[in-house]
Design a protein around this ligand. Structure first.
Ligand code: ADP
Ligand code: AMP
Length: 217
């Protein structure tokens, strides 16, 4: 299956992606994670992306699209993928559609995680990420047993630079202006499914998977 997860920053895309992708036995491709990996390993791509990410702006389309095109051509993505954080505007969505059509395929489904802005701010302001394995925690909603360390791998937890309050507000504006139009784009294509993304993580996964099963039946 070829699936896109869309929703505001902090909607829980990364959290849900791991469970949904493992159920469907497909890889998750998170553009934010690929950018952060390039920033932390000091590549040229990371250097270019960092300035945009720190401001909460989108990295330019030509950079992002070239990176995704390369990743989608890797072996593990041939039988399907779950995209988290891409596309993030209509030009990216149009390019993805064309790219997949050139390869004789198309998206099956776009899952929209629906949460309001106040919940997004609560989630992002308490988010902590493991430096070693990338696992995401929350200081209140999903706290690790030792506050500065990951329960899964013992790695050090950090707060993302773009999870500061003023950057969060800007990222929400960017979402509304640039990413929200994708909802209409994919609704018009007949492949959009909205999922209530409030409540316990497992319940949201169940909702997403049952919506998916109904859709592909
Ligand atoms: P996104 O990938 O959409 O930016 P994340 O998956 O990183 O969002 O989640 C943002 C924050 O919200 C993380 O700290 C995560 O632990 C927390 N979170 C995710 N899902 C839920 C939920 N259902 N209820 C409460 N907190 C959640
Ligand atoms: P995320 O981890 O999805 O919250 O993304 C973190 C940051 O990476 C965003 O605020 C952008 O600066 C950048 N980014 C991630 N995905 C994209 C994309 N599809 N297009 C442009 N920039 C992106």
């Amino acid at each position: 299956m070829r699936v896109v997860l869309v929703g505001p920053p902090g909607a829980g895309k990364g959290t849900q992606a791991q469970f949904i992708a493992s159920h469907l036995a497909i890889p998750t491709i998170s553009t934010g994670e690929i950018f952060r990996f390039n920033v932390s390993t000091g590549t040229e791509l990371g250097r270019v992306a960092k300035a945009y990410m720190d401001r909460g702006d989108l990295v330019p389309d030509e950079v992002t699209i070239a990176m995704v095109a390369g990743r989608l051509q890797e072996d593990d993505a041939q039988a399907g993928f779950l995209l988290d954080g891409f596309p993030r505007n209509v030009p990216q969505a149009e390019t993805l559609k064309k790219m997949l059509a050139d390869w004789g395929t198309k998206l099956d489904l776009v899952l929209e995680l629906v949460v309001d802005d106040d919940e997004v701010v609560r989630r992002l302001s308490g988010r902590r990420t493991c430096r070693r394995c990338g696992r995401v925690w929350h200081v209140l909603f999903d706290p690790p047993s030792r506050s500065e360390h990951c329960d899964d791998c013992g790695g050090e937890l950090f707060q993302r630079d773009d999870d500061r309050e003023e950057t969060i507000r800007h990222r929400l504006e960017v979402y509304q202006q640039q990413t929200q139009p994708l909802i209409t784009f994919y609704a018009d294509e007949g492949i959009l499914l909205g999922v209530d993304a409030t409540g316990p993580v497992e319940e949201i996964t169940d909702r997403a998977l049952s919506a998916l099963r109904r859709f592909i039946r």
